[in-house]
Design a protein around this ligand. Sequence first.
Ligand code: SAH
Length: 201
Amino acid sequence: MDVLREKGITDEQVLAAMNNIPRHFFLDSAFDEIAYEDRAFPISQGQTISQPYTVAYQTQLLQVRPYDKILEIGTGSIYQATVLAEMGVKVFTIERQKLLFEKTRQYVFKHKYPNLKFFFGDGYEGLPTYAPFDKVIITAAAPFIPPKLIAQLKPGGVMVIPVDEGEHQRMLRITRHIDGTTSEEAFKNFSFVPMLSGRNG
Ligand code: SAH
C-alpha cells in the first residue's frame, strides 16, 4: 500500500480496505506471482482487472460514507466491488458479459459480503428498481455520460466516470444537485476497456 500512498492516495479508509483484500483471488492463478504489482491484468472475455492505483483513485474520488448505496458498472473480476463492500457500504454491481456474470456465482467471499449484489445487464440502463443511489462508479471507458445513470442518483449524489477523449479517458466526478442540475470536476487521464451497450450472452 506504500506504492499507492506514494502515488498520492490519502484516504485511509480506501488504503485499509485494499490492504485487507487478497488480490490474487481475483486473477487467474497463472498471475499469482505478480498479483501484487501495481498493474492491470487480463481476466477472461478480453477484459481486465483494473490496476490497484486506478481502483484506489476512483474509490477515493467517490468519498465513501457509511450507509452509502453504490452502483458499479462493470463487475469484471469483482475486485473493485469487493473494495467497496469491504468499506461496509451497500454495493450493486452490473456486468454485461454473461460468462463474467456467471463467475460471480463462485465468488469466494459471498458469505463475507452480504452487502454486495450482482446483476447481469446493460450498465447504460442502471438498476431502476434499486435506484436512487448515493454514488455511481463506472469502471469502463464511457463514450458519454449515461443520462439514465444521472437520473438514478440521489440529490447530492456523485458519479465517478472515465469519459473518452480519443486515446484515453478523463476521470470525471459529476455531482447531481438538489434542483436536478449537475456540475463536473475533471481529474487525471486513465485507460479503460470500452463501455459497450447491450448485453452479451
Ligand atoms: N471493476 C472491474 C473492472 C473490469 S473492466 C474490476 O474490478 O475488475 C470493465 C468491465 O466492464 C468489463 O468486465 C466489461 O465487460 C464491463 N462492461 C463494459 N460495458 C458494460 C456495460 N454497458 N454494462 C455493464 N458492464 C459493462
